[in-house]
Design a protein around this ligand. Sequence first.
Ligand SMILES: *Cc1c(COP(=O)(O)O)cnc(C)c1O
Length: 437
Amino acid sequence: MNFVNQNIKPLNTKINEMGNLEISGCDLVELAKKYSTPLYVMDKITLEQMATDYKEAFSSYKNTRMMYASKALMTSTVASIFYKLGFGFDVVSLGEMYILKNAGIDFSHATFNGNNKGREELVYALENNIARVSVDNFYELELLNEIALQKGKIQKILLRITPGIECHTHEYIQTGQLDSKFGFDLHMIDEAVTLIKEKYKNLDLRGLHAHIGSQIFETQVFEDEIEVLLKEIKRIKDKFNIELDEINIGGGLGITYIKSDTPPDVYKIADIIINAIKKYANLYELNEPVLYIEPGRSLVATAGVTLYTIGSSKDIQGIRKYISVDGGMADNPRPSMYNAEYFAEIANKKDDYKPETVTVAGKFCESGDILIKDIELNSPKAGDILCVYDTGAYCYSMSSNYNGVLKPAMVLINNGKSDIIVRRQTLEQLIQNDVIV
Ligand SMILES: *Cc1c(COP(=O)(O)O)cnc(C)c1O
């Protein structure tokens, strides 16, 4: 059986009786007509299935706290869906906290992450009683203690550490290796603990946090990460006589963008993580800690597709045929940033199958604005609707107004129903902060 993150397409994707692509009872051509393109489409059933699988997979370890890594896709509706399923949140900015608050969600199950949190952001987090701040560096320890002191609070914190583990993913989405901007190196931990113990009396250290990268297919790295975290907890216990009882292992589980991607399923990852915790807690004679996990991509990527309309094309004889769509790097910067690969299909009915290998280009003024290089599509023509799969994570959240192009709308679909959850940006909004002097 395939689990959500092992599929390219959302659950319940098929060709319907009209001959069009359909997801969860919604005809994609109808959606494109109704809401216009480019359009982000999120399938609620796929999203909820993955979230439920995560909970189920970790259910045998009672002390698990599921945190959705908001940076993958943050809208008030998406946050509410995860909240209702019992998820907490990993937030990384004032804006993400503001969206959470807008969704009516309190911060009692939220962790604030980031390598350069601002004073204003930390103040906001503390004023809203954030459950944990994952402190990244010495500068932040001092700043946070000062703010907590001013507010008369004892803030519960984790220390973000760099475990020195390399996973085989794109360089820009590796975070656990020694040469990283994130977190305390292992040899800095003792100094941080000493400072918290002796000087920063408004900080309450509860545990350690690491995040080793994203779009990970290997399983051993998670075991290695847990070994490092528990070894450090053991060392701290022996040296300082403090037993930390929380570990946050970050996110990172990969998904299937293209056929050759082979991520493990969440049950397998959960087994490895839970067994590693039991093994190393036992080996180091520690209590089994509270486990925080913060998946982002794997929770939302597969549930999302982007619809585009095909426009112009350019056939360079013997070299390559480009077809251009009405979006591109501003609504999905991942191909130009990390050479990310995607799968796509024509969504509207075609009378016969005439495969053609083309390169899907965006409409932005950069040669690097290519969404998909060399993909076989069914005789793509101007006016066709192109469905690009697996755009639920890190597309809308990374989108920009490059070239003055408006950000697309997002709809949530569910069993034949569709609702706008993010309106298409308007020209008025594009210039609302633009001041003429
Ligand atoms: C980005 C990030 C995550 C989520 O990573 P995914 O690969 O999207 O699962 C979790 N924790 C931290 C600290 C992160 O920076």
